[in-house]
Design a protein around this ligand. Sequence first.
Ligand SMILES: *Cc1c(COP(=O)(O)O)cnc(C)c1O
Length: 470
Amino acid sequence: MNNRLYGNLIFELSQAGRKGYSLPKNRFGDYKVPQEQRRQNDAELPECDEMTVVRHYTNLSADNFGVDNGFYPLGSCTMKYNPKIDEEMAALPQFQNLHPLQPAETVKGAEAVCTLLCRSLCELTGLHAFTLKPFAGAHGELTGLMVIRRYHESRHDDARRIVIVPDSAHGTNPASAAVCGLETMEVKSLSDGTVDVDALRELLAQHGPEIAAMMMTNPNTLGLFERQIPLIGKMVHEAGALMYYDGANLNPMLGACRPGDMGFDVMHINLHKTFSTPHGGGGPGAGPVGVRKGLETFFPEVSPYHGNFAVAIRAYAYILSLGREHVKEVGPLATLNANYIKESLKDVYELPIDTTCCHEFVFDGLKDKSTGVTTMDVAKRLLDYGYHAPTIYFPLLFHESLMIEPTENESRETLDGFIAVMRKIAEEAKTDPELVKSAPHNTPIGRVDDVLAAKHPITTFKQLTQSPLS
Ligand SMILES: *Cc1c(COP(=O)(O)O)cnc(C)c1O
């Protein structure tokens, strides 16, 4: 154990009158803040010396888990290694110190990054033009749907107000359609999780002239390749609607196939999932939108300036550092790594859809259901072994979903280590189920009450009656 002065909050380390700074004398002479602009009471700030502050925050950061600490197999989110060179490029002072209102002739280099990134994205996706303005995947969906809406409006095809969304889609799909002022209609999935073409045919027959677009996620939410895309695209286009590609997780496609070639008209890519940029905790992100030729005139203004420029720099650095040759290995490696884990564990974890997956796949809990050990218990026990848990209880198609995505970046040894621990937990579930059910045992805090924490969050510091230091 370390000898840190254990204060969970910096306020608990506060000593009245203690200072960690010394400011120079006021340079503004007798300038005084006008009375009406002054606060009534002193700000209640912690009072600590510099070493205490540095150690407090350094220790807190060490309690965190991230891709730089260990394996992070969170499905549906692509938590991948973010090459340090990309961070360095984004941190170059020549980029970092730019001001969005600088004269255009002084930011030619930054403009070139945006232009070249768009050109790379066009080449990788087979689409004609990209806009970097959207700040996230959901924002990209909204932007893409606005393009589609404006396209139909330009043709006075005003009845097209329905967006077809598969029932397995990410929740942002129907939400984006609603924000865009459109309606959604759900199309069912088959038992293997892919779109039910017959159900789609029926929807199109009933509502054809009202359909604006069909949104598809590929690989879909179960990590499966939608094999019927050419047929679906043909049906949707014949009905006069456009095809939208949710390319949030494009990594398994890189080098394998391109949405443009598959017949999609509009798509977004999450740069923060596919092309570097760490995410989690809500940001930062970028969801560039690409369109086929002719649709670029419908790009709306969805953000000022150039979107999240620092994310664009990282994405371009990632693409450049791999190069045209190696970027094509991303898809096959992401796919190989996921299938390797799936095949190595499917004798002990329930695999409801036993087929080749793309970059991720879903187990439905442990195979042996008699132990009473749940997906939640397995996820908590993984923390004891130093792994971040996979995505759990999503997608909703199964009761005990455990969604695993290793990404293209992990070594064989890392995957083997994870597989060994997952097998060990399956064994423990049989021999000592209580050990798994009461996990985690080695983390700074045990199981939190998720519901209580979400419904009654404590967001303010209340002075403890007794400081742990006194
Ligand atoms: C993550 C994700 C989104 C949403 O992206 P955000 O950047 O979180 O808004 C949309 N669709 C799919 C399939 C995703 O995985």
